[in-house]
Design a protein around this ligand. Structure first.
Ligand code: 13P
Ligand code: 13P
Ligand code: MG
Ligand code: MG
Length: 385
């Protein structure tokens, strides 16, 4: 029997701003999933949230992109959004970009990470879910988990892991994917995934036998909607142990609160802070970008667990560092590199402000000439005078 783990998430509205999912909306979603479970469409499910994102963790035997499972998730979001509207929650229905469902939720707003597995005798997994950032935020930690021996000693000492992993990287602007082998093509891989706004790790396979080890939700809402409607708060499912990263190796990858885009108005870089479920509420400056991790065992499709993985003093120093970085970044105010670069700001409301200023710009011929000469110098290269 093959088991599919589907994590489908959406922001359907939240309490007091882009802050936290309301329990009544979770209850509404839960009712829909309970019904699907009673009809044996789902084997099991677990509902949670990180910040204002409602996360549906579901197991079944129907494979990826299954119409019925996706429709169930869509209905759960719709029901939750209905309650959000009744309660007057903020941005009710935010991520539901369409009124109608057609086949699967891809392109309709929700984020999707799905993995179909032949269950191992013990099938440990971790699900990492983030708010106030985007899918490329997982590039760095996934690289560390599956390609960096300083993070994951299993790459050196476990014969099954020693042949490395294959990374499927998606160019979200072109809609093209490439598979790169680590460690053989490590530098090529880094050349791409170092630009996480464009190149996003989507799947990771074990080289030895093509076993699928991790999947990431790759939806970029702004690119779908063509305007800013919220960030694309991502999830990743990581399989663990026995020839894959140990749980502790997966968690070790989050000990650097690295800078990720998102945060306030989806327009700022900030540190990704790993928190417990209890603290999964966006607060300071609508953040800082938050990460939760839940550990499960999957047995015959049943979700055993979860364990709240960052609910641990061992992550206190990571959080302290994240808070120090938060102070430092915030002091830049509206200046880059705290504020995102212009290409990323295209999807915010900033272009409206810039457009208003356009008519007030007057041609300055001298300045233009200087600019042109700099440009031509660059074009001819350092020795091209
Ligand atoms: P397995 O390879 O059996 O998962 O054990 C590795 C481990 O847990 C090291 O911490
Ligand atoms: P979300 O993407 O989590 O909805 O946040 C939007 C926002 O603008 C936060 O300031
Ligand atoms: Mg929101
Ligand atoms: Mg969110």
């Amino acid at each position: 029997m093959k088991t599919t783990i589907s994590v489908i998430k959406a922001d359907i509205g939240s309490l007091a701003g882009h802050h936290v999912v309301h329990p009544d909306t979770m209850a509404a979603a839960s009712k829909v999933l309970a019904e699907a479970k009673s009809q044996s469409l789902l084997i099991d499910y677990y509902i949670t949230h990180v910040g204002d994102d409602l996360e549906l963790i579901m197991t079944h035997t129907r494979g990826e992109l299954d119409t019925k499972v996706h429709e169930t998730a869509w209905n759960a979001f719709k029901e939750a959004a209905k309650v959000a509207k009744e309660l007057g929650l903020y941005a009710a229905g935010q991520d539901l970009l369409s009124d109608s469902f057609s086949g699967n939720v891809r392109g309709l707003g929700p984020g999707v990470a799905e993995i179909e597995v032949e269950e191992r005798p013990s099938e440990p997994i971790a699900i990492f879910m983030a708010d106030k950032t985007e899918p490329g935020a997982f590039n760095l930690p996934l690289y560390k988990m599956f390609a960096d021996p300083f993070n994951t000693p299993g790459l050196v000492i476990d014969p099954t892991m020693h042949n490395g992993f294959k990374f499927e990287v998606l160019d979200v602007y072109q809609g093209e994917a490439v598979v790169l082998n680590a460690p053989q093509e490590l530098y090529d891989l880094l050349a791409l995934i170092g630009t996480p706004s464009r190149y996003v790790i989507r799947r990771i396979y074990r080289s030895e036998d093509n076993l699928l080890g991790a999947v990431v939700s790759i939806e970029r809402l702004n690119l779908i909607a063509g305007k800013y409607v919220g960030k694309d708060d991502p999830v990743t499912i990581v399989r663990l142990q026995h020839g894959l990263p140990a749980l502790g190796e997966a968690l070790e990858a989050f000990t650097l609160p690295h800078l990720v885009p998102g945060w306030m108005r989806g327009s700022h870089y900030g540190p990704l802070i790993p928190v417990s479920q209890r603290d999964a509420r966006a607060t300071r400056f609508d953040g800082p970008p938050r990460l939760i991790g839940l550990g499960f065992n999957v047995k015959n499709g049943k979700l055993v667990g979860p364990s709240d993985l960052f609910d641990d003093p061992a992550f206190d120093e990571v959080r302290r560092l994240a808070n120090t970085i938060t102070d430092y970044m915030r002091r830049h105010g509206p200046f880059m590199p705290h504020r995102l670069e212009p290409t990323e700001m295209e999807y915010t409301t900033l272009p409206i402000i810039l457009e208003k200023l356009r008519s007030r710009f007057k041609k300055e011929s001298d300045v233009y000439k200087v600019k042109e000469s700099i440009y031509s110098k660059e074009k001819s290269g350092p020795s091209g005078d």
